[in-house]
Design a protein around this ligand. Structure first.
Ligand code: SF4
Ligand code: SF4
Length: 423
């Protein structure tokens, strides 16, 4: 697409944004893949429409107010990237655009309050735990609060598991085959710490030593996807300092975190840390990809007669191109039957803080995803992202379905546990 954006106009993020705009040939192949187009049916809520809007804002031809509602409605699910025959790197446009335009975006005081509250609690486990307890205790006050606050309450589970603590190093069982570090996340650590416990168990049973650096922090994804560049850079630097160099890989078990960490070179573009971020990025991988590359030890699992539907997390499938590996790992459990979801490529509507920012689209997508899971007839739905799991749990429960939403590593760990008990 032709444009009149000067590469000097928008700082270090200007060049990747203009490259993405130039790559778009306006063909429209991405439209059918875009969940907001399927929901709203209008051109300005498609990838192609948004690229035009962002181009015109960056050219100075369109006021940001005209584009903002459509940019805000983008889930950042990146379903448009694999659908695009021209290889438009949409991720190089949407988050940088939000960062560059952040100070110009007009927001109501309630939106600002909600965004600040989320930014100041979610990335910090201790604060988030307190906020989650307060939300639990005040669920009865829900009808007195503005409707826009409801999703914040709905997403907090009725029961919060106790905090878990791990040593800085968990040794491999048997002969050590690899040494990795694990990002233990922030919201995940509060909402479902068993995901980390399961990940560590699966890794150590496979001869992998797991390092858990105490100084690690939030991946910065929430800040980056909501346009807070300074906060995203701070989190990126904190993590690059926290993880030691003598590792075979830095693992993530939350798709959103892994995707954000792969974007550190973009987050730190034009700073003295850009090269370091590129080296760091190459060491980061999802735990399912790592285990698949390493290979599972033989005879690890006991037979599990269960049907499992696998839900692709957008930030694993679209952002990191990890699709087959989690399926192959699940299928390595004897007796497990895997089922696919109809329209599996569509986002579940969780997308970081999207549930709170765009509750009606998020809820519609969540309901559709829950129905797709129910339609498979599976007893369990597995996914590789805490955001998807929280969204699935909410909508499956609202639909009255008794289907448990588990992380891929939890399903694998349960097979290990069964083996331990039977041996
Ligand atoms: S498919 Fe790619 S090139 Fe075609 S309109 Fe969409 S983003 Fe542009
Ligand atoms: S990131 Fe998702 S919601 Fe946004 S334009 Fe692409 S497909 Fe549509």
């Amino acid at each position: 697409m032709l444009h009149q954006i000067s590469s000097d106009d928008h700082g270090p993020l200007g060049a990747p944004m203009t490259r993405a705009i130039e790559a778009c040939v306006h063909c429209g192949f991405c439209l059918a893949a875009c969940p907001t187009y399927r929901e709203l049916g209008q051109e300005m809520d498609t990838p192609r429409g948004r690229i035009v809007l962002m181009k015109e804002v960056l050219e100075g031809k369109l006021p940001i107010e005209s584009a903002q509602p459509h940019i805000d409605r983008c889930l950042g699910c990146l379903s448009c990237e694999p659908a695009c025959p021209s290889g438009v790197p949409y991720r190089d446009l949407i988050s940088p655009f939000r960062a560059v335009m952040q100070s110009k975006m007009k927001r109501t005081w309630m939106e600002r309050f909600r965004r600040t509250l989320t930014a100041q609690t979610l990335p910090f486990p201790a604060r988030f735990r307190i906020a989650a307890y307060i939300a639990q205790w005040s669920k009865c006050l829900r009808p007195l609060l503005p409707r826009s606050m409801y999703p914040m309450f709905d997403l907090v589970p009725d029961h919060l598991p106790p905090a878990q603590a791990w040593p800085e190093v968990v040794p491999a069982m048997g002969q050590r085959r690899a040494r990795v570090a694990l990002l233990i996340g922030c919201a995940q650590r509060v909402l479902d710490p068993d995901i980390n416990a399961a990940t560590i168990e699966v890794l150590t049973h496979n001869g992998v030593e797991v390092v858990l650096p105490a100084s690690q922090g939030c991946c910065g994804g929430l800040a980056w996807h909501t346009g807070d560049l300074a906060a995203a850079q701070k989190f990126a630097r904190q993590n690059m300092d926290a993880f030691p160099p003598d590792l075979d890989a830095i693992l993530t078990n939350a798709a959103g975190c892994g995707s954000a960490m792969h974007e550190y070179p973009l987050v730190l573009r034009g700073t003295e840390d850009e090269t370091r971020a590129e080296v760091f990025r190459q060491r980061v991988m999802d735990v399912s990809l790592f285990l698949s590359d390493l290979g599972l030890l033989p005879g690890l699992f006991a037979e599990q007669k269960i049907t499992v539907a696998y839900q692709d997390a957008c930030h694993l499938a679209n952002a990191q191109d990890v699709r087959n590996e989690p399926r192959e790992l699940l299928l390595s459990i004897p007796g497990l039957e895997l089922r696919e979801l109809a329209n599996g490529h569509l986002c579940c509507g969780s997308a970081g803080s999207y549930n709170m920012d765009q509750p009606s689209i998020a809820s519609s997508l969540g309901k559709q995803k829950a129905q797709a899971v129910i339609d498979t007839g599976a007893r369990v739905v597995a996914s590789g992202n805490i955001g998807c799991l929280t969204q699935l749990r909410l909508h499956l429960s609202q639909a009255g379905a008794k289907i448990s939403a588990r992380h891929t590593m939890q399903v694998m760990r349960d097979a290990l546990c069964a083996k331990d008990q039977s041996s």
